[in-house]
Design a protein. Structure first.
Length: 136
């Protein structure tokens, strides 16, 4: 790919903010997002870091864990939606938190993905959000 083609792709690519207190989970989500054609606007491990990056970077999508130190994902989600009512936030959290996930949907999350997730499921989600139909 030429430098100009890479620059054009970077301009048109959508940007995701990845929020999870577990480094290994952030790395996994980042790898899948990049493979699906997204750019990573930033990574955060707390709700406070997420809000700061969200307001500065204005990403197209946020993946947001629920259980995090300092400020949980539910509180961060509510503040993101308050800041930008059109924010696209997908919650990514464990199976035993279905009540919290329902609360997040009511608060404005667009969707949720349950951990542990299959790589192919998350990649399909990212590709759907890009409006692509790439093959695995």
């Amino acid at each position: 790919m030429t430098g100009q083609a890479e620059a054009e792709q970077a301009i048109s690519a959508k940007r995701v903010l990845i929020v999870d207190d577990a480094l290994i989970m952030r790395k996994r989500i980042k790898e899948i997002a990049l493979q699906a054609g997204w750019l990573v606007a930033g990574e955060a491990e707390t709700g406070y870091e997420a809000l700061d990056l969200f307001q500065r970077e204005r990403p197209d999508l946020v993946t947001l864990d629920i259980v995090m130190p300092e400020m949980d994902g539910v509180a961060a989600l509510k503040q993101m939606i308050e800041f930008d009512s059109q924010a696209q936030v997908v919650m990514i959290s464990a199976v035993n938190q279905k009540e919290k996930l329902s609360e997040c949907i009511r608060a404005g999350a667009m969707d949720f993905i349950v951990k542990p997730f299959e790589k192919s499921d998350l990649r399909s989600f990212f590709e759907k959000q890009l409006g692509t139909s790439r093959q695995q």
